[in-house]
Ligand binder design. Structure first.
Ligand code: ZN
Length: 143
């Protein structure tokens, strides 16, 4: 089953991604998708327009700040999706061909550099606070 969570805030963008959800024999739903980053909150919104058919579905990413680096980060994440799902790779599950893996590594290093720079800089006054409170920075942790 596919479910699209949406979350906001901590890293300066809102993102919806498709997660693998397991229905237990008792009927409970458990998110079993590995996550690269810890999230304080994930809101799941069932998406009846999408069903998993063996092809990865790109995440929905939206910047909640006017920081150009966040827009660049989102562009790089979409680029990684595009090159890892191009042509026959759309239905391929396994180790990427070395030329694709090299390009992905380059993009991931650039994403990591941007992420680090964004997290080390002070947010704009009207950006959501990175603590995840949902409040604007100026009304939360701004000194
Ligand atoms: Zn805060």
């Amino acid at each position: 089953m596919a479910a699209k969570p949406s979350w906001a805030g901590k890293y300066g963008n809102g993102s919806g991604s498709f997660h693998m959800v397991w229905r237990t024999p008792a009927g409970d739903l458990r998110d079993v998708t590995p996550k690269a980053l810890p999230f304080q909150q994930i809101l799941f919104v069932p998406d009846v327009k999408h069903a998993y058919t063996g092809q990865q579905i790109n995440n929905v990413r939206q910047s909640l700040t006017d920081d150009a680096r966040v827009h660049q980060f989102i562009g790089l994440a979409n680029r990684v999706f595009d090159i890892t799902n191009a042509g026959d790779l759309a239905t391929f599950h396994g180790q990427l061909p070395s030329n694709v893996a090299r390009e992905v590594m380059t993009l991931e290093l650039e994403k990591a550099r941007l992420f680090d720079a964004i997290m080390r800089s002070e947010p704009s006054r009207n950006d959501l606070c990175r603590c995840g409170s949902g409040k604007k920075y100026k009304r939360c942790h701004r000194p």
